[in-house]
Design a protein around this ligand. Structure first.
Ligand code: AHR
Length: 504
């Protein structure tokens, strides 16, 4: 058995955790909306056509905000098409995903859905085919009380009170040549700045996220952030990061180490933000919105086949990754990485939420189930609240194809407001269990409340509609605690949540 150690101190605080790091994303793409959250005629659909079984799983995840309506989709989207009487809403070709958008679900319906889901809308505006004027109009429609063209249009469309949408994205992945009306950094930075000014003049209470790079692998990464931030630093609140990982070669040690790359990406963006802050002699600190992240690669070949067969069909089953056990481990490590950077990462959105690279899957007319990645997200969202601690971790390390000296134990800890200490760990070792010694000296009298474990002997194990519980959490082996010192056994290849509660 390997050994590792962790020292926690209640005064060694990193930051208050912004609950919005447990956000997610629903795009008008594939079966995320149509056949995912919305399926009128399904036996479990409510009066608005929303699936109640899906809502129940979403509510469980405790997602504070859902980014909407895209994604690449938003760069060709006209929000006006999606409001007003449904029978008058136009069908549109969506050039991002080569499908036909019916607009049966739009801003009003999605807002209602988030209310039912116990969440809120993070609304992305179109800075592809459209610009600042349109950005102004949609904020007026959504958030202005009454007495103007667009606020009165909202009222006429059946919604008297403003939606009060607080969080807005200034476009999506505008650095990507695949984007509808891709822009250079300077073009985007100037447009984002002007849009931001207009939007905040309409509603000064909103918060704005400007597009950073769509991946750290973009050739423009770094220059993009610097140029964009130089243009719009004063008028925005967050810069975005996006990152997806895959394991097409089946190299598990490298795949599980990808959070090392993620940490590096986050630290580099922080440095870029702070450099612009310095150059501008600004007081404001720019924080990060990691508003697209996940594993994404399983469905790539399947999607090529779908497009060979069909284009322009509505709700094509695109990006339907079936997640395996090792994906859940990386998702756990990604969440640990966000907690370790909770002083600057204030928003994060698991992309996406239902059917499209998602923790929740549905069958049209059929069931709804949780994929493997559902569980680490659920646990982090449930227990990773309150304060993020600066954990001092000593772990054995390993080398793999892409990285050297990767810690075998990836771990961090939080303390919630009732004093419960939660330790999150991934044991990346393929074969060996690890005994983790914890020094909890400053927390007073604690007892081990629970050890939640996610493990499967087969890294390729998946959950399906027929076998939804193949990979599911169980009680872990736990360990002992005595006078502020604890020892916990972390099985080989596992996600662990270890909770210590105060002895009253
Ligand atoms: O989440 C799927 C797609 O990935 C989004 O539409 C886009 O922003 C990103 O490239």
């Amino acid at each position: 058995m390997q050994t590792a150690s962790m020292i926690l101190d209640r005064d060694y605080i990193l930051a208050r955790i912004d609950p919005r790091i447990y956000g997610s994303f629903i795009e008008h793409l594939g079966r995320a909306v149509y056949g995912g959250i919305y399926e009128p005629g399904h036996p479990l659909a409510d009066e608005q056509g929303f699936r109640k079984d899906v809502l129940e799983l979403v509510r469980k995840l405790g997602v504070p905000e859902v980014r909407y309506p895209g994604g690449n989709f938003v760069s060709g989207f006209n929000w006006e098409d999606s409001v007003g009487p449904k029978e008058k809403r136009p069908k549109r070709l969506d050039l991002a995903w080569m499908t036909t958008e019916s607009n049966a679900v739009g801003l009003h319906e999605f807002y209602d859905w988030t209310q039912k889901a116990g969440s809120s809308v993070m609304y992305a505006i179109n800075l592809g085919t459209r610009g600042p004027e349109n950005a102004r109009d949609v904020v007026e429609y959504a958030n202005h009380a009454s007495g103007s063209k667009f606020s009165d249009m909202r009222i006429a469309n059946g919604r008297k009170d403003p939606f009060g949408i607080k969080l807005w994205c200034l476009g999506n992945e505008m650095d990507g040549p695949w984007q509808i009306c891709h822009k250079t950094a300077l073009e985007y930075g100037r447009t984002a700045n002007e849009a931001a000014k207009l939007m905040k003049w309409v509603d000064p209470d909103i918060e704005l996220v400007a597009c950073g790079s769509s991946s750290s692998e973009m050739p423009t990464f770094g220059d993009w952030e610097t140029t964009v931030l130089e243009e719009c630093y004063d008028n925005i609140d967050y810069v975005s990061l996006h990152r997806y990982y895959g394991n097409p070669t089946g190299d598990t040690p490298t795949f599980l180490a990808r959070s090392v790359d993620l940490d590096d990406f986050i630290r580099t963006v922080i440095a870029l933000c702070d450099a612009v802050k310095g150059k501008k002699h600004a007081k404001k600190q720019m924080n990060l919105s990691f508003d697209e992240w996940n594993v994404w690669y399983h469905s790539n070949e399947q999607d090529k086949e779908i497009y060979k067969r069909e284009k322009w069909g509505p709700a094509l089953p695109l990006l339907e990754d079936v997640y395996n056990f090792e994906d859940a481990l990386l998702v756990g490590s990604i969440l640990i990485t966000f907690l370790r950077n909770a002083d600057r990462v204030k928003i994060a959105c698991l992309a996406q939420l239902v059917n499209v690279i998602a923790p929740i899957m549905t069958r049209n007319g059929g069931g709804c189930w949780a994929q493997t990645i559902f569980y680490p997200f659920l646990h982090a969202s449930q227990y990773g609240r309150g304060t993020a601690l600066r954990a001092l971790v000593k772990s054995p390390v390993y080398d793999c194809k892409a990285y050297e000296a990767v810690p075998t134990i990836d771990a961090t800890a939080t303390v919630d407001d009732d004093g419960t200490v939660t330790v999150f760990c991934v044991n990346r070792d393929l074969k060996e269990d690890c005994l983790l010694s914890l020094d909890l000296r400053s927390f007073g009298d604690l007892r081990l409340k629970e050890h939640i474990l996610l493990h499967h002997d087969d890294v390729h194990a998946v959950n399906t509609e027929e076998h939804p519980d193949t990979v599911r959490p169980t009680a872990g082996p736990g360990g002992k605690i005595d006078g502020g010192k604890a020892e916990i056994c972390l099985p080989a290849l596992s996600w662990n949540v270890v909770r210590f509660e105060r002895v009253k």
